[in-house]
Structures are given as C-alpha cells and as structure tokens.
Design a protein around this ligand. Structure first.
Ligand SMILES: Cc1ncc(COP(=O)(O)O)c(C=O)c1O
Length: 340
C-alpha cells in the first residue's frame, strides 16, 4: 500500500498532513468498514493463521471484540451468558449495554489469585444460560478446561465464545482459542508486537461470521488507525520465538514462579513486600505489568530479549519474597486488568 503512495499532497484527514502510514481511506488504502483491497487480503491471511472462517481487524482493543462477540450472541437469540466471576469489565459492561443477563460462574482463589472456573461450575451455569463466555488465558496465565467446555457446549447446542485478550501469541499451539470457540478475540497488542489497541475478532463458521460482521460495526471507530491495522497484520505473522519461550520457562523454574501454563506471564509472589519489590525494581528501570498487592506480574512476548530476562533476574537478586497475603486481584478485573 505504501509503495503505491508516491507523490502525496494531502487534502484529507488526518490534520498533520504528512504522507506515510497514518492516512485515511483513500483510493489505494482500502477501508476497514468494507474491505476489498489490502485490508481484505490481510484479514484473509489472518483468518487462515487463526483457523477462522473470517477474522476482523480491530483498532479499538479486545474490548470492542468482546462487545462484538456478545452482540453476535444476542443476534443469535442468546439472552443469558455464563461468564466467570473474574471476567473483564468489557464482558460485564458489554452485557449491560446489550441488555444481556450474566450468569456468573463462581471462581475460587489461591493466595489471592482468581482461579479459572471448574468444569462442574461451568456446567451448572451453562444449564441456566444460552451461551458460554470464558477467558483464556487469564492475566495470571491460567486456562479454563477448554476441550471439556467445548464438548459441553456442543452437547447442549449452545455457543462458546472465548476472550483471548491475553492469548494472541498462542495460535501456534493447541491452547489457542480458535481451536475451541465459535467466536473469539485475540488481543494481539498484549503478547505480540502490535501497537496498543490492536486486536482481532474471529468466527469459526460462515453463520457466525455473518453475525459477527454485523455486530463488529456497532463498536468500531469510523476512523480506524492504519498504523494499528498494519501492526496487527505484522504481529499475527510474527514468527514464533522458541528460544525466548524456553529461556522464559527456565527462568520461571529458577525463580519458583507461579506455575502457570503460559510462558508470557511470569508471576512472582512477593506477598506483603510486593510494593517494596516494585519500587526496588523500578529504581533499576525494570517495570512489571502489574502489582496486585501480593504478586508482581512480568509480561513477556516473542520480542523479549534474552539480555532483558538476564537483567530481570539480576534485579530480583536479594529482593525479599515477603509473607503471603490474601490481598489480590479484584473481581471483576478493572479497566487495566487487576492493576492497582
Ligand atoms: C481478560 C481481558 N479481556 C479483555 C480486555 C480488554 O482488552 P483491551 O485493553 O485490548 O481492550 C482485557 C484488558 O486487560 C482483559 O484483561
């Protein structure tokens, strides 16, 4: 697209009047609202990679993808949605906006960490609900029972949606939301090299794709950012970095990190010394994703460098792990997950 740009005198938005990637819908730049050029090509490529019938690029975060999935469920006739107690506020607000009733699936806690719902809990809630909505993985790198939940939904003839805001990096693996759900969102900007707000929402079948195509429009800006769109395509096509995955797993073992199944989430318990540890790390230029008052969470991605893991390990030397506390992530996750 940029190659076609050539000489460019801008009498169009945006007001900075510069040529380059940050442009608007022009004859050569296609349109996210009705793509039939470069954006369509990118969306088709993404659908193939993500195992979808159709994928839609989002420049308004996973939040807009969650809203769009809920609206698609509503268009399919669902009124009651089973969702975990710790679901992100986008899910609870989405239900509120759309007049859907959440059927809350109770979740346990372990040392302040909200646990994924049990299969029994999911089953009970699904009895009462018209659709299942789970978070996979969550902010602490835990996964719900994906295969069993898919089987439950199939047996009950009820749709299954997954919030993969933290799972954009998983499409190489059997843990990817696209292997299980009818509708899912990949929060590309959190764990892959995309600009903030870059995400993708996908549908497994042609029927769901039609409903999602309608609902995605309801929650999109009419001025989508081309740099964000381009970064989403780049990030989903970014190669797997198995070296850093192995280095992260080895570091987790050395640090006795929280034993989750997601290499991008390094979760360390500091208990009542969490604030002190955060201050000490930040004084050395090391910034975690969040401090829930008990755990510090360090978010990794395929772009994390080996030397950065080494710097983290060095900075952690000598920091006290404190005494366990029962403080922890609020329910539901706040605007920025469980950031305090
Ligand atoms: C589980 C979950 N779902 C959805 C979202 C919303 O994602 P975004 O910030 O990309 O809109 C978040 C954000 O932290 C989240 O943690």
């Amino acid at each position: 697209m940029l190659k076609k740009q050539g000489r460019h005198i801008s009498f169009h938005t945006p007001g900075h009047k510069r040529a380059g990637a940050d442009i608007t819908e022009l004859s050569y730049s296609d349109s996210l609202a009705s793509p039939n050029g470069v954006i369509r090509e990118a969306e088709c490529d993404l659908a193939k990679i993500l195992g979808a019938e159709k994928s839609f690029i989002l420049t308004d975060g996973s939040t807009s993808g969650v809203y769009a999935m809920l609206a698609a469920l509503k268009a399919a006739g669902c009124r009651k949605i089973a969702l975990p107690a710790f679901a992100h506020v986008s899910a609870t607000r989405g239900c509120e906006i759309l007049g859907l009733t959440p059927v809350v699936i109770p979740c346990g806690r372990e040392c302040g960490i909200p646990l994924q719902p049990s299969l029994r809990g999911i089953e009970r809630a699904l009895d009462e609900a018209d659709a299942l909505f789970l978070v996979s993985p969550d902010y602490y790198g835990n996964f719900p029972p994906l295969r069993a939940a898919k089987e439950l939904c199939a047996a009950a003839g009820k749709p299954f949606a997954l919030d993969g805001a933290h799972g954009g990096h998983l499409h190489f693996t059997q843990l990817h939301a696209g292997k299980y759900a009818d509708l899912w969102v990949d929060g590309v900007h959190k764990s892959l090299p995309a600009l903030t707000q870059g995400a993708v929402v996908s549908a497994k079948t042609a029927e769901w794709a039609e409903l999602l195509a309608n609902s995605v429009k309801l929650f999109r800006t009419t001025s989508p950012s081309y740099p964000i769109m381009a970064s989403v395509e780049y990030a989903v096509k970014y190669p797997r970095n198995e070296k850093i995955e192995r280095a992260a797993e080895a570091l987790k073992a050395r640090l006795s990190a929280y034993p989750n199944a997601d290499w991008t989430k390094l979760v360390l318990r500091f208990g009542n010394r969490a604030d002190e540890a955060q201050r000490a790390l930040e004084a050395r230029g090391v910034y975690p994703e969040f401090n829930d008052g008990n755990y510090l969470m360090f978010y990794l991605s395929p772009c994390t460098k080996r030397r950065e893991l080494n710097a983290l390990e060095r900075a952690l030397k000598g920091l006290s792990r404190g005494e366990p506390t029962e403080v922890g992530a609020p329910e539901p996750y706040g605007d920025h997950g469980c950031l305090r």
